[in-house]
Design a protein around this ligand. Structure first.
Ligand code: PMP
Length: 399
């Protein structure tokens, strides 16, 4: 092997820094799951044959819903398991069109366009828009950051959810006389803090500076008004130029979407390289997302999820935990890295899967358990999770 490609050495270096990541194979994504035996041949990670998963982004529990599964199976049989080619070649099927109409209707836009993942969506949109300058929230998702890099845009990072800092940075930059294109981009719900961007103020600032506003609704899509995201909750569809999101979380499938004007969608389907040069979304995924969106719009699953979130927040606060955010993502802040990982392990021993998140993913001193309930958890399962957290905190506290 040539110099510079000593991958074992690179991995060892990661390991030494405590940055080595490992896959955690599970048998299924449903509200309870089994962690498969250690792939290196060890024993199953714990005795409980069926652990409760409080870590999935399948927030409405629709990945295991028969109605959604049937829609995917039917599309596989009637349309095909794969799209077979780019949408621009022979991959543009009725299931794609139906999904895009449903997304545009939910998001209150003229059109929508689906990509093969949320990651590919952000990279495709940002490179195709090719803004001169991007103003980006400090905690935006990696796919937004990569999109800005690949677009070659000058990126100005503003402090997380801090509109005063953004206003100062917009004001301080001289736009020059030649009408640079400016884009403000933010996640709506942030995946590690479970907090929400101040979208109304951001759209005021975007208007004031004649910038476009792009919002990543990955963790919000399907969960708010009429199955929309925070943009819908705040009634801002007319003021957000680019709404994007993923089909892989509450919509229980795979893929990403953009919702916006006719001109935006036509531009993207011509220019976004991750759309043009990539096989169309798999028809079963498109059909599953369409059915999941219908169920999300009906509302029962959403209401159930928010009831569970309220009960968990209350129970966690009774246990003395600091819980951040205001959404279905419940970051339970422990602080110390080692305590956090010990707590996650205690939870696992008690049959609850919820990951410990530590630096560099989150700032030093804010290590946390990221608890993400699903609408299909029963009341008893929610109480079991709370009991496990109570016991685990006592055990870790005793160490
Ligand atoms: N944006 C955000 C905010 C995300 O959390 C994610 C997924 N982790 C993505 C985009 C990428 O979506 P996908 O998983 O569909 O590629």
């Amino acid at each position: 092997m040539g110099h510079g490609f000593d991958l074992s050495a690179r991995l060892a270096e990661r390991e030494a820094k405590g940055l080595r990541r490992e896959l955690t194979p599970v048998e299924r994504v449903a509200p309870s799951s089994r962690v498969a035996p250690d792939p290196k041949g060890g024993e199953p990670a714990f005795d409980d044959p069926s652990a409760l998963v409080f870590a999935a982004n399948d927030y409405l529990g629709l990945a295991a819903d028969e109605r959604v599964q049937d829609a995917a199976a039917r599309a596989a049989r009637e349309v095909g398991t794969g799209a077979g080619a780019s949408r621009l070649v022979t991959g543009d099927t009725p299931v794609h069109r139906r999904l895009e109409r449903a997304i545009a209707e939910t998001k209150g836009t003229e059109r929508a366009l689906v990509f093969s993942s949320g990651y590919a969506t952000n990279v495709g949109v940002l490179t195709a828009l090719a803004p001169d300058v991007v103003f980006s929230d400090a905690l935006n998702h990696a796919s937004v950051i990569d999109g800005c890099r690949f677009a070659g845009a000058e990126t100005v990072v503003y402090d997380h959810c801090d509109t005063a800092d953004l206003a100062a940075k917009l004001a301080e930059r001289d736009r020059g006389g030649d009408g640079e294109s400016w884009l403000v981009v933010t996640d709506s719900v942030f995946s590690m803090d479970g907090d929400v961007a101040p979208l109304s103020e951001l759209s005021d600032l975007a208007d004031e500076y004649d910038a476009w506003l792009m919002v990543d609704e990955a963790h919000a899509t399907g969960l708010y008004d009429d199955g929309g995201g925070i943009v819908q909750r705040e009634g801002l569809a007319d003021r957000v130029d680019v709404q994007m999101g993923t089909l892989s979380k509450a919509l229980a499938a795979q893929g990403g979407y953009v919702a916006g004007s006719e001109a935006l969608v036509e531009h993207l389907s011509n220019v976004a390289r991750s759309f043009v040069f990539s096989t169309g979304l798999a028809p079963p995924a498109a059909a599953a997302a369409t059915r999941a969106l219908e169920i999300a719009r009906e509302g029962d699953r959403r209401r159930r999820l928010w009831d569970i979130v309220a009960r968990l927040r209350e129970g966690l606060e009774d246990l003395g935990y600091e819980v951040r955010g205001s959404t279905q993502i419940l970051p339970v802040v422990v602080g110390d890295r080692a305590d956090t990982m010990a707590l996650a392990e205690c939870l696992r021993e008690r049959g609850v899967l919820a990951p410990g998140i530590r630096p560099p993913t989150v700032p030093e001193g804010t290590s946390r358990i990221r608890l993400a309930p699903m609408a299909t958890h029963t009341d008893e399962q929610v109480e079991q999770c709370l009991r496990a957290l109570g016991e685990a905190s006592r055990e870790v506290g005793r160490r």
